[in-house]
Design a protein around this ligand. Structure first.
Ligand SMILES: Nc1ncnc2c1ncn2[C@@H]1O[C@H](COP(=O)(O)OP(=O)(O)O)[C@@H](O)[C@H]1O
Ligand SMILES: [Mg+2]
Length: 499
């Protein structure tokens, strides 16, 4: 895109020597100086610790065609004396999404982008949607916490929702590779930071809202306001689970509503919910116009029926038939979300990514329904994140477990014992009448082994918190660690010992 067009459309102020930019063309965008390719627009954004403009030397040496920044950035010596055209905008982060979209040819208009937001269920719902799209023969893209997929090719994910220039570049590559439908998780951070500005969503979906990320958003109203940005007109169709007050607040006359509560008038509903002893669930899906189908998901937890019904409603807006939808849902694999580990043992073992108080409570309630015996939970809290939720996590878990093993989960720069102490305080506040036994084992591997040793036939063992993650982050170093693999190893070991 010609620099002059970019400047005009973004309503930015241009600082440039006359003549050095007249026919300059911008061919890409990035906000990381070390990723600049020749011809890129380098977005030098103000950050919490540093200003991107301080890295302008590196960006310009790498061939940046122009720099987008704010007044403070333009005044930094590295930029002011660089001679490269500078686009000054009062809120460069907000305008960067649209600029990146223009530079990459507005790729979201060439795709059907299906976005899912909410506190929990984004990853699960995205996998459910993607599975059904593929069952219906579509070429798909997937962007989320676990990974990015382009037409079957897998790439690792950095953030749940990538930075705006990366996202637009990703869409452009997806469109080039013949992708027709992209399902993406849209985090509240991404919405608040403008990472999805410039993206047109064919459909936007809302799962639910509960306490989380309050270190970033301060209070629930502000958190809700961030999530609600997906429903500010950027989504052609709005699809909302109305089984909580926050969802109801999003409803307009055009909203496609979703509910699994009995007796509602929601557009999409699920009835006749049944869980099987192997952890699957069956239900009947009802859509508009009297359409219905028998559905099955290989996931425990009533909330997963809500996720599946939301997925079905979004798939309908994308033109997928209810038959293809139920075929896709039946075979979905969601990494680390209520994922069962079964090696022939007599108890149920599940890895789940629940790392928020509400998710721990709901996950355990869902598993309780399946337990003939005890519920044994292994749970930790991450360091350098919302400290207020630690006692709440301990409390939510101990109230719903016969045995709670408090362990470590990514202590990061914090003292792991102090994190455990905060969780233990919450857990102990419940008292033995309303809560289970509490055991503290910092070492996560040892904690998982102990949980498996304690399990008897009919029990449920839940390893909560890490889900699909492949590492334990301690003091800046990520040590390889997989709950799934550790749980499988502990079960295998116990089966061998018993035999
Ligand atoms: N609809 C839901 N309501 C409540 N809890 C849920 C729901 N869907 C999933 N969960 C729980 O939250 C955890 C995170 O789910 P995930 O699909 O990864 O959501 P997200 O991507 O929004 O973090 C799951 O492991 C599960 O315990
Ligand atoms: Mg996610």
């Amino acid at each position: 895109m010609p620099l002059a067009t970019l400047v005009a459309r973004a309503d930015a102020r241009l600082i440039a020597d006359p003549g050095n930019h007249a026919d300059l063309v911008v061919t890409g965008a990035t906000l990381r100086a070390q990723h600049v390719l020749p011809g890129d627009l380098f977005a030098a954004l103000p950050g919490a610790r540093a200003h991107g403009a301080d890295f302008a030397d590196q960006a310009i040496a790498a061939g940046a065609a122009a720099v987008l920044t704010d007044e403070a950035g333009a005044a930094r010596p590295a930029l002011a004396s660089s001679g490269v055209p500078i686009l000054v905008h009062p809120d460069p982060r907000a305008v960067l999404g649209s600029m990146a979209a223009w530079i990459y040819g507005e790729p979201s208009l060439k795709l059907s982008v299906l976005g899912v937001t909410g506190t929990s269920g984004k990853t699960t719902t995205a996998y459910l949607i993607d599975a059904a799209l593929r069952a219906a023969g579509r070429t798909t893209g997937l962007i989320g916490t676990v990974e990015t997929r382009i037409a079957g090719e897998r790439l690792p994910s950095g953030f749940t929702t990538p930075e705006a220039p990366d996202l637009q570049a990703l869409f452009a590559v997806m469109a080039e590779q013949g992708v027709t439908h992209v399902t993406m998780e849209v985090s509240s951070h991404a919405l608040a930071l403008g990472r999805v500005n410039g993206t047109r969503f064919a459909a936007g979906g809302f799962t639910n809202l509960s306490q989380d990320h309050l270190d970033f958003h301060h209070d629930m109203e502000q958190y809700f306001a961030a999530k609600a940005l997906l429903f500010d007109g950027r989504s052609t169709t709005e699809v909302v689970v109305v089984d909580n007050a926050w969802g109801q607040a999003l409803v307009t006359p055009h909203t496609v509503t979703v509910s699994i509560e009995p007796g509602t008038d929601a557009t999409w509903q699920a009835t006749d919910l049944l869980s099987t002893p192997t952890g699957e669930q069956t239900f009947v899906l009802h859509g508009p116009g009297g359409r219905s189908a028998a559905a099955k998901i290989p996931l425990p937890g009533t909330f997963n029926v809500a996720n599946a019904t939301l997925a079905a409603a979004i798939l309908d807006t994308a033109g997928v038939s209810i038959e293809d939808t139920v075929a896709g849902l039946a075979d979905v694999q969601v990494p680390g979300r209520m994922e069962r580990v079964y090696l022939g043992q007599s108890f149920t073992a599940v890895v789940d990514y629940a790392h928020k108080p509400a998710a721990v409570a709901q996950g355990l309630d869902a598993l309780r329904a399946r337990a003939d015996g005890k519920v044994i939970t292994v749970l930790g809290c991450g360091g350098d994140r919302d400290t207020g939720k630690r006692p709440m996590m301990g409390e939510a878990a101990v109230r719903r477990s016969e045995v709670l093993i408090v362990t470590d989960d990514n202590p990061r720069s914090e003292d792991p014992a102090a994190i455990r102490a905060a969780m233990l305080a919450g857990a102990r506040s419940v008292g033995p009448a309303a809560g289970g036994e509490i055991i503290e084992i910092g070492d996560r591997r040892a904690a998982i082994i102990r949980a498996v040793e304690l399990a008897e036939p009919g029990d449920v063992v839940l390893i909560a918190g890490k889900g699909h993650e492949s590492g334990q982050e301690i003091a800046g170093i990520v040590h390889p660690f997989s709950d799934r693999d550790e749980l499988a190893a502990a079960i295998r070991n116990r089966l061998e010992v018993t035999v």
